[in-house]
Design a protein around this ligand. Structure first.
Ligand code: B12
Ligand code: SF4
Length: 484
């Protein structure tokens, strides 16, 4: 255990995510705030902007002896069937390096980490992680470790014992008092190079979509932030010149009443004319009233998780809305002049050529500003989709699977469900249905510039350099439409 005095209360937080365009690791701003409230000093080593990660680590540790090191893993992989870029090996390079340079405890966490903590710890040969949100547990864990107190009872801790890994239940915060400072990260640089800021407005989701890993890390109980504190945070970003941002909730409009309150607060504070924001939303509920409030509150675009336009597929995916809801929501957006995207998850269990055709036809009729047509669904352990696949028999004999099947029973390496009923050229068939319609983002190739994978997307990087701001899909839309 490291207890060298000058740094005895200093914690190092590392962001290993080097993907471009860069997306600010909002988690580290929030965690730094929580650690400081608990009398820890915080350093952030943001490897996103480091040409040489190993050198940056060595350089930092040559002059500092933090009491603990927290590493955030946001993305396990890029969740795109065409590229299947897997980021855990890069994380292991970093943890391996750290282990040779310091004896401070390494603690892993993050939205990606929380999907499969044990598998990631085991692969990286690290003993300790925190599952779920870190604001409460990380300061507590580090304080206990630093003072040699029993820490194995800290909520959310995942640790290695003689019997293998053990996982404690996480503690979910009440967010009504959550008022984070936003000064630990270089948010301004992320805005200049990444085109948008980030704010989280709630956590948790009670829905049961069969593929979704969000409730694993955020919990099933929806917890809301106070609209005033959300508006305060947006004003803090504005002071840094950050006037475009993305809400980082799974679904901004669930519950709809809260979304309306947040919009009203932004309008009341006069922020609607000063900021441009984007959000992920569920296609239902989305009333005309909410569409109107979003518009007045500065909403520049909404990405709806539509998944499919076929009611039977929507039921199979565990969604609780129908094609009619998609039509109603599209009408509301068109009426209020809201730019919107329908994001599809195609090829799930039960998908046929007929259901695929109906979905694409419906999209063309509803005419969203953009349609994200992702073929193949990443399977994550602990989801209903994983259970369904396990029931279908050995992975190696399952014709619906694409990606790593050998030795991947825990779905650690990228593995996708793509219904075999679509035939051997599902992408080709989808391409025929889309038939060059420019409103569709179509990830048929592994080339990031041809699709809307935000992993090493040089078209986006260059557009942001040229001054474009906003959600990535909307920047791609404006580029294609020749708009500023
Ligand atoms: C909003 C969002 C986006 C927006 C981001 C906009 C913005 N300006 O930030 C956009 C659309 C750009 C985006 C892009 C991508 N995304 Co995204 N995104 C999200 C979403 C909904 C919220 C992320 C977020 O910021 N949450 C708020 C923060 C505060 O929460 P958090 O990061 O989880 O941190 C908390 C805990 O995890 C924990 N914690 C975090 N770090 C640490 C570290 C330690 C040491 C500890 C103890 C705890 C801890 O404490 C934190 C505070 O409570 C998540 C799903 C979700 N609900 O989390 C997906 C999610 C993170 N995205 C995902 C993916 C795959 C991507 C892309 C790779 C997709 C692609 N191929 O283009 C890209 C990657 C971009 C990049 N450069 O990294 C996956 C990652 C998991 C995976 N499948 O590997 C997620 C989890 C969705 C999913 N369920 O599949 N995304
Ligand atoms: S897809 Fe959206 S609604 Fe469904 S479980 Fe995930 S966050 Fe909730």
């Amino acid at each position: 255990m490291n207890s060298i005095t000058p740094d005895a209360k200093k914690v190092l937080l590392i962001n290993p995510n080097q993907m471009k365009p860069p997306v600010a690791p909002l988690a580290l701003d929030y965690l730094a705030h929580a650690l400081r409230q608990n009398q820890f000093g915080v350093d952030i080593l943001d490897l996103c902007f480091s040409a040489d990660a190993a050198q940056a680590i060595d350089g930092y540790l040559a002059h500092n002896s933090p009491v603990a090191i927290g590493i955030t893993l946001r993305n396990i992989d890029d969740s795109f069937i065409a590229s299947q870029d897997f980021f855990v090996p890069e994380l292991k390079e970093i943890t391996d390096r750290l282990k040779t340079r310091t004896s401070a405890p390494l603690i892993l966490g993050g939205s990606g980490f929380s999907v499969m903590p044990e598998a990631i710890l085991s692969y990286c040969d690290v003993d300790l992680g925190l599952w779920g949100e870190g604001e409460y547990s990380l300061p507590l864990l580090i304080a206990k470790i630093a003072t040699n107190q029993e820490w194995r009872n800290v909520p959310g801790v995942v640790y290695r014992s003689d019997q293998g890994f053990h996982r404690n239940k996480p503690k979910y915060l009440k967010l009504s008092q959550f008022t984070p400072e936003r000064d630990a990260l270089d948010n301004r640089r992320y805005f200049v190079e990444g085109g948008m800021g980030a704010v989280e407005d709630k956590r948790g989701c009670a829905k049961g979509c069969i593929y979704c890993a969000d409730p694993l890390g955020k919990g099933k109980q929806v917890r809301l932030r106070a609209p005033d504190s959300v508006a305060d945070e947006i004003e803090k970003l504005l002071e840094l010149g950050i006037d475009h941002f993305h809400f980082c909730d799974g679904e901004f409009n669930m519950p709809e009443a809260h979304a309306r309150e947040v919009c009203l607060k932004l309008i009341e504070r006069g922020l609607g004319s000063k900021v441009r924001w984007y959000a992920y939303c569920s296609p239902a509920p989305f009333s005309d009233e909410l569409a109107n409030l979003c518009q007045r509150a500065g909403c520049a675009g909404i990405d709806f998780g539509a998944d499919s336009g076929n009611d039977s597929m929507l039921r199979k995916l565990g969604r609780d809305f129908t094609g009619d809801d998609l039509r109603r929501t599209a009408d509301a957006c068109h009426r209020q002049g809201i730019v919107f995207m329908y994001d599809l998850l195609l090829g799930g269990p039960g998908e046929s050529k007929k259901s695929l055709r109906e979905t694409i036809e419906l999209m063309k009729r509803l005419s969203p500003s953009r349609v994200g047509a992702a073929m193949g669904i990443r399977i994550f352990a602990q989801t209903k989709l994983a259970t369904l696949v396990q029931r279908q028999g050995p992975l190696t004999e399952n014709p619906n699977l694409h990606g790593t099947v050998e030795g991947n029973d825990n779905f650690f390496a990228p593995l996708f469900y793509l219904s075999s009923a679509l035939g051997s050229d599902a992408q080709g068939y989808l391409g025929e249905l889309i038939a060059g319609d420019e409103r569709f983002f179509f990830g048929a190739t592994g080339d990031a510039d041809q699709n809307y994978n935000y992993n090493e997307n040089t078209i986006l990087v260059n557009a942001i350099k040229a001054g474009y701001r906003g959600a990535f899909w909307d920047i791609l839309r404006r580029l294609a439409e020749g708009l500023p």
